[in-house]
Design a protein around this ligand. Structure first.
Ligand SMILES: O=C(O)CCC(=O)C(=O)O
Ligand SMILES: [Fe+2]
Length: 238
């Protein structure tokens, strides 16, 4: 395994400054690049496109802080690592558009020691995951997984789980909705949180199975016709 990935597994995340390789070349230099489907583009470019939910459907392309999540949570085998390479920092760098990393080890410990009931639900109750507009491309059905697996690896995204779960007619619906929101609160309260302001060409590598992540609020400004805003490339490793 590449030393940077070993470091990422140990610490939850790694930052590498000033990576001059293109994102895909850099990702390939570390390990096996993940794609959602065999012929899909391996690099996802996320740019702040404005702040209108109707015209900018992908939440990551709008300004608001994202909610804590793991990537490709709807997949049976989500990528092990997420690589974020900064193409253009937020106009208000380093204050805005910061990457947020929350390592969940202490959350797992807290659950085990103090909240065995919630721990059991998170490990044994599969919850539905839906990937909004994209979902149809990847999955015929809404996949269901528990939030934590036997190795305490996490998959999480309340924005995918809650809308589907909330509409289901099942006796344990309230209990599961409560478990999802309590888990998110515990991540905020007990998770080891780090905020990283990525400058141009800086790279953040995270362990997508032991870390939940988000991105703080962004800004944008108009320069004539041009929208000046944060832009990152995302690559994923198996
Ligand atoms: O904009 C970023 O830095 C990350 C976005 C993200 O987490 C995502 O799109 O899944
Ligand atoms: Fe993400």
């Amino acid at each position: 395994m590449h030393p940077l990935l070993r470091e990422t597994l140990a610490a939850g995340y790694t930052v590498v400054a000033d990576v001059r390789l293109a994102t895909l070349e850099f990702a390939r230099s570390l390990g096996e690049v993940f794609t959602a489907r065999p012929d899909d583009e391996p690099i996802v470019t996320v740019k702040i496109d404005g702040d209108d939910a109707a015209t900018t459907s992908y939440a990551s392309s709008r300004c608001a802080e994202l909610s804590l999540h793991t990537d490709y949570a709807t997949f049976t085998e989500p990528p092990r690592f997420t690589i974020t390479r900064c193409i253009e920092p937020d106009p208000d760098y380093p204050n805005k558009g910061r990457s947020i990393v929350v390592k969940i080890d202490r959350v797992v410990e807290h659950l085990r020691s103090n909240e065995p009931g919630l721990d059991r639900i998170l490990r044994t109750s599969p919850v539905p995951f839906r990937r909004n507009a994209e979902h149809e491309r990847f999955h015929g059905e809404v996949p269901r997984f528990p939030v934590l697996d036997e190795q305490s690896r996490v998959r999480f995204d309340a924005t995918l789980i809650t809308p589907v779960l909330g509409g289901e007619d099942r006796p344990d619906r309230a209990e599961l909705l409560d478990a999802v929101s309590r888990f998110e609160r515990l991540c905020h309260r007990h998770g080891e949180r780090v905020e990283v302001a990525l400058d141009r060409c800086d790279v953040l590598i995270i362990d997508n199975r032991r870390v939940v992540h988000s991105r703080s609020e962004c800004t944008y400004r108009r320069d004539g016709e041009r929208l000046v805003s944060r832009e990152v490339d995302l690559a994923f490793l198996c």
